[in-house]
Write a protein of this length. Sequence first.
Length: 893
Amino acid sequence: MHIISTTRSHTCQAIFWLNRSKRMVYRGLRSDRAITQAEGTVAKQVYDFATIERRWQKYWEDIRLCYAQDDSDKPDFYILTMYPYPSGVLHIGHVFVLTIADALARYRIIRGDNLLNPMGWDSFGLPAENAAIRDGLHPADSIRINVDRMREQMRRAGFVYDWTREIATSHPGYYKWTQWLFLQFYKAGQAVRKKAAVNWCPSCSTVLANEQVVGGQCERCDSEVEQRDLVQWFFTMSKDAQRLLDNHRKLTGWPEKIIKMQENWIGRSEGARIDFTIAETGETLSVFTTRPDTVYGVTFMSLAPEHPLIQKLVAGTPQEEQVMTAVRRMRRQGTAERERVDLEKVGVDTGFHVINPVNDERVPLWVTNFALMTYGTGAVMAVPAHDQRDFEFARTYGLPVRVVIQPDGEKLEADTMTQAYEGSGVQVNSGPFDGLPNTEGMTKITDHLASEGKGDRTVNYRLRDWLISRQRYWGAPIPIVHCEKCGEVPVPEDDLPVELPRDVDFRPTGDSPLAACREFVETTCPACGGPARRETDTMDTFVDSSWYFLRYLSPRDDERFVDPEAARRWMPVHQYVGGKEHATMHLIYARYFFHVMHDLGLIGVDEPTHDLFCQGIVCKEAHYCPTDKWLADDQVEDGRCRLCGGPALTEMAKVSKTKQNIVNPDEFMAKFGADTVRFYLLSDAPADADQVWSDEAVPAANRFLNRLWQTIVDVARPGVKPFSGKPDELEGDDRELHRKVHQTLLRMTEAFEEDRRFNTGIAAVHDTVAFMRSGRKFSSAVLVEAAEVLVRILSPIIPHMAEELWTVLGHEPSIFHVPWPEGDTEAAAEEVVEIALQVNGKVRGRMNVAADADREFIEQQALADETVKGWIEGKTVRKVVVVPGRLVNIVAN
Ligand SMILES: [Zn+2]
Ligand SMILES: [Zn+2]
Ligand SMILES: [Zn+2]
């Protein structure tokens, strides 16, 4: 039976009319179905989600539920979810994060805020381009199709956005301003072109920023990344390292974990710069060290294989070929591998030497695979006695070891040491510094070097400049022209955007595809008017997403990148929502961008957001067969692989195509409705914890929603006002239901306001519904109160059903325009009773516990009581007698 015909008109008025007639249907239903109906027996035909969900989605669009006003006098609230790549399908991870954000957004609407909740597309960059290549389409076309599909999926899931503010970063109206911002950065010296050793992904055929290399592999395609020396465009982000750290104190609403990840990535360490001299050429070679106290123990110098000096030094020497061959071999090892403690340490002697500034000693200059260009200067003073990596290397290659720090009560001998001593002690073999504690040695030696002009106290950061040029087609062209006479010339702002031409062979070859497009490349120099060539690299897509927060505020503004008035009104974002995998990529880039934009006077805030919520990862069982690799669900039967008959291993893993444990949200929404999927996703764990998806558990969530539906329908008594009196006016089961309702309400309120543990609120809902259906007698007013509160507090999570039930309860839509109910802490308080605490039969104290506390809980509380502890100290508890509601007697001797 369908309660609502699908042929009804969709205007608001029709809905009101519909609801009036529908209530009569419900009354009919109620007469033959008591509230005492047993758990689990739900009339299947009652809740017709397919019709109901579609109808309310249309209704929310019609009433513009989620459209922000720039001139509202309500409090402003800007909630933003990290926008997706238009890959063509909204996967379950998207649905999870968007559900959290949608619930938070709807909660803010209920709270009466002027809510800004926009959506857009990260449509430039590799993911979009690769999807287009996969589908044999031009990226511009593939994006249009994919965006339409994903927008429809979002609507189907009940997510409400202000679609008038939709943006796509590959639209010229957007990237014009990405280019404009590049020019502002360029003029401020924040964008520079320079030669450097950079990460190259052979599979993506482009360079990558350090942040986009994860464990030595490309963040996109997992290929092993190589090092190449190339001239590239960088943002000078390393200069911002200290600011990125200092400003963490403003990010009071960020997860501690994300702050820690950023701190590690930025990698601040205090130490000294020490200037060595290359003996053969007289050039200065500076090192950074956190252990200047060990400088007298230097027995060789390590250069990273990427160090630009190597080629220069050995060019034309007899050892050139041998050195460069070894260097190439070392560079082929991934950076991540080279950072491993158990790395096999190898190196090559350059034949050159350096002079130690403290004692004028001449020591050999080596290239080693454990020296990294990303640490310090890429040159490392090697002290085998006091650094384990140097020690292992020295023993392998027969280099000397010299002890310069002696620990307390022990005598280290260079010849017999089996490992480096990295602790503290007293300076020895250290000239005038002998006998000093090494902590003092650090300061004194650094001061000495500084006074001689051979070093200084300094701070080192691991953070490097942000490499932003890409040798791929689908990105914003870098607005620079190269002229033989004038060099680099920025494109005049009036000529923006530099449009990306459509007809380009964009298959990745390793060279920028734009270089082959003559109409694009050939231009005239804006400075001298002579012939010139356009820059053919495009920008990293993370540049687009570093400022997109602002474009939503005035998305169609042709004159400015953002309307300053709107920026003042809405920034910083009140609640940003997205994955923790962005901790050291997008979330660092965007913060750097805001620092620069702020300092250039372009905006008034210097951080995009002070409040960040990071959702957990959706995981599901994945099956693996040693022969057939990852298996789909239907390729496994009774723990065995159906392909080869061998045993299949099962593990819990993040959903992914590779592991064949993908969840298709569309399938579940079609079968059980969007509300069921949303409800299920928030039911099991706190929203910031990883979620375990189980196909089998979804129907159970759906059954519960049907039970909830039936319960509310049964309770609905038009004309009966919900109970609104004092808790002491109630007694017995009424009092208990009233208590449960307010406990649930307070828990859910806290989940929305504070901890995002919607699962605990949902558990309380389960409990309350079970109590309502337990066969007890309740007064109508208390039942109606319970029904109304449940529907209202669930409305952000199951918006369609809640909106529908709100009308069933005799109200007019929209439920999102009804203020959030106030929880009553007095009503929620557990009834307490006083219990006597006896030790060996004598009353020694009293305590208060909830009237319904069980024996086990009472026993625990009694044994934890301070007075009781005093009486049983030193004795053994033999027996505990609990008489609930009266006393506890502890027998101890
Ligand atoms: Zn790659
Ligand atoms: Zn020129
Ligand atoms: Zn198999």
